[in-house]
Design a binder for this molecule. Structure first.
Ligand SMILES: [Zn+2]
Length: 340
């Protein structure tokens, strides 16, 4: 075998003249070049990322170009989406489901706030009951509550969720505070007027009110009497705004029955990672458009990033599937989604 191999080797060297060798090599090069030209599009797709930042952003082209070039290979680039830049004046940083209202960040009251609310008593509330006839929420929060408690009622025939307190304007919070924060000891349980999450229109307190007419605290009995709600509220965009172990961060102790609408995927990430809203948004603020926070939930990949209101613009995806919410702390949070 060795001898035969050697003779083949010698044959190429000895029997083929130099001009023929050159022609053969040139032909091979020509074939490769032609093949490369013919399949150029297909080959380049192997190396190109699926999506890139465009050169067509309204302003700041240099910025987006730099981002595209600085990515070393296709793997990181795959999570990026095409962006454009819109004026921040189209949005209000004190509005949206991700606004934070706490002792440091007062709610910004505006004329016409109440006109946006959905009255719960006169609206369909098949899945939940009401402690009073004067309860209201913003449509997004009402819709999520309606779908959640309606689903529960469909499955079990009855939903024991009772809304005991929802939207409060300044005056009603003032009254509420006066009636309840009667001593230095219990002040910590109640927000001063202007600083209550109930001003947002995205929150409500609940109680368990069963078919027999007996009522229970959600915190104590929610796990048993409304177990499905406790397991699924995050799927409807809700969080427990004041987890018991987060009083040092939220400033509010003992309101484990206070639901707050923030929307997906935020509700899922906050709940699964046992965070409070303040902690979550502090984390999001470290993620700009070039380094979005990525989170996959129920088969959808979400990208979330922060834009400061001071910049005067917001970087948003070119596609329609995004939302912008103010954080009520001087910025905006952009949420985009894409299929994995
Ligand atoms: Zn509350």
């Amino acid at each position: 075998m060795q001898g035969k191999n050697r003779s083949v080797y010698r044959g190429w060297h000895n029997k083929t003249s130099l001009p023929v060798k050159i022609i053969i090599v040139l032909l091979i090069v020509l074939v490769i070049t032609l093949a490369a030209l013919l399949f150029k599009d297909r080959i380049s797709k192997w190396f190109e990322p699926d999506v890139t930042y465009p050169d067509t952003s309204v302003t700041g082209q240099a910025d987006t170009k730099k981002t595209a070039e600085s990515v070393p290979d296709g793997t990181e680039e795959e999570q990026k989406i095409k962006l454009t830049r819109i004026s921040a004046s189209d949005y209000d940083s004190s509005r949206g489901p991700l606004i934070i209202v706490n002792a440091q960040n007062a709610y910004v009251f505006k004329d016409g706030d109440k006109e946006l609310l959905t009255d719960l008593y006169t609206s369909d509330h098949r899945g939940f009951s009401l402690a009073s006839v004067s309860e209201s929420l913003l449509p997004e929060a009402y819709s999520a509550l309606y779908r959640m408690t309606g689903k529960y009622a469909d499955m079990y025939g009855f939903c024991p969720i009772m809304v005991t307190s929802s939207y409060r304007d300044y005056e009603s919070q003032e009254q509420y505070y006066k009636n309840n924060a009667t001593s230095e000891q219990n002040e910590k349980y109640y927000e001063k007027p202007g600083y209550s999450d109930h001003h947002t229109g995205y929150s409500f307190d609940v109680k368990i009110y069963d078919e027999k007419g007996d009522s229970y605290s959600y915190v104590r009995y929610g796990m048993i009497k409304a177990e499905w709600i406790t397991e699924h509220y995050m799927d409807y965009g809700f969080i427990i705004r004041y987890p018991a172990n987060k009083a040092a961060v939220t400033g509010i102790d003992g309101e484990g029955n206070h639901f707050r609408y923030v929307g997906l995927p935020h509700s899922a990430y906050i709940t699964e990672n046992l965070l409070c809203l303040e902690e979550y948004e502090n984390m999001i603020r470290r993620h700009g458009k070039d380094d979005p926070f990525e989170y996959e939930y129920n088969g959808i990949v979400y990208l979330v990033w922060y834009c400061s209101a001071e910049d005067g613009y917001i970087d948003v995806p070119l596609a329609d599937d995004f939302t912008v919410s103010g954080d009520n702390c001087g910025g905006f949070i952009v949420t985009a989604s894409k299929m994995p």
